[in-house]
Design a protein around this ligand. Structure first.
Ligand code: GUN
Length: 294
């Protein structure tokens, strides 16, 4: 079997087109959705992600921008800035790019963002709403993007055995919480595996849908996948590659060459889950703006 690719770039473009229509409808009512991104420090990967978020929000017709702060910004100064953004009615969504410098506590920062502007879905109030199935909160963008990919690709999660590899607060845990909800994109039987799981392959080989978000390059190989499974690779790793001009290449947490021979459908890296994360951030921001008028 050679798996069909799930084209995250194309599906994300569809979501972004939907968002742009919703932005236009809000603008017609005099409301311009605004997303403000805060970047502390000079981490190169973070600067790239933030640039992509800013560009995408502009292309969708939103306002906002990026506030870039030096790496030695104090936690108190960052909290003061968040309070200003919390009180600014033109800012509907606030995103503080992670990771933060080590002298700043990310949980304190996340709790400071008003939960109705927390378009990252990281605030405990939004995480709690997700768990109990309330749909008026915000869901973390990457797991929300995975559900959207599955829905728009016609992959039925109902009654499916889904194995999630990874238990992060940003992906693994909210992913599992979404998959067990009693609604479209949910109704799955979910197993969460992590670094302490015994005999990982015995779990992954049971999965009708395997979602990997462990942050370890190419850790899932074809022999760990059930023939015909749908494989969603959330990983984004840079590994050394002497054959490339820049000395490195991007790869997922799934060993693509062996997995593609076993799975029925698979997301590539890049071009799979990655574009969906930004699309869902835009969708969360337009929702935040819609809730201020309805
Ligand atoms: N760093 C890596 N991914 C994310 C994300 O989705 N949101 C934020 N705020 N920081 C990140």
């Amino acid at each position: 079997m050679r798996a069909e690719l799930i084209d995250g770039k194309a599906i994300a473009a569809d979501v972004r087109a939907d968002v742009a229509r919703e932005v236009a409808a809000l603008r017609a009512r005099g409301v311009v959705p605004g997303l403000m991104v805060v970047l502390v420090g000079e981490d190169i990967a973070s600067a790239t992600y933030v640039g992509a978020k800013e560009k995408a929000s502009r292309e969708a017709g939103m306002t906002g921008g990026t506030i870039r702060l030096p790496a030695d910004t104090t936690q108190a100064a960052l909290l003061t800035l968040i309070e200003q953004l919390n009180g600014n009615p033109a800012v509907h969504g606030i995103l503080v790019q992670m990771p933060l410098p080590t002298h700043i506590d990310p949980d304190t920062v996340i709790r400071h963002i008003r939960s109705d502007k927390d378009v990252d879905g990281f605030h405990p109030e939004n995480v709690g709403k997700l768990l109990i199935g309330h749909t008026d909160g915000f869901v973390s963008c990457t797991p929300a993007g995975v559900i959207e990919l599955l829905l728009r690709s016609g992959v039925d999660t109902r009654g499916a055995e889904v194995v999630v590899v990874g238990r992060s607060n940003i992906v693994g845990k909210p992913m599992a919480a979404l998959l067990v909800q009693a609604r479209a994109g949910g109704d799955a039987t979910v197993t969460i595996c992590h670094s302490r799981t015994k005999d990982l392959a015995s779990h992954t080989r049971r999965a009708d849908i395997l979602i990997v978000a462990a942050g370890r390059a190419e850790m899932i190989t074809g022999d760990m996948i059930k023939p015909g499974a749908v494989v969603i690779d959330v990983g984004m790793n840079s590994v050394p590659d002497a054959t490339r001009a820049n000395g490195s290449r991007l790869c997922g947490d799934v060993h693509f060459a062996s997995a593609v021979e076993v799975a029925s459908r698979i997301t590539p890296v890049p071009g799979g889950v990655g574009p969906m994360t930004i699309a869902m951030l835009l969708r969360n921001t337009v929702r935040a703006a819609q809730r201020t008028v309805s």
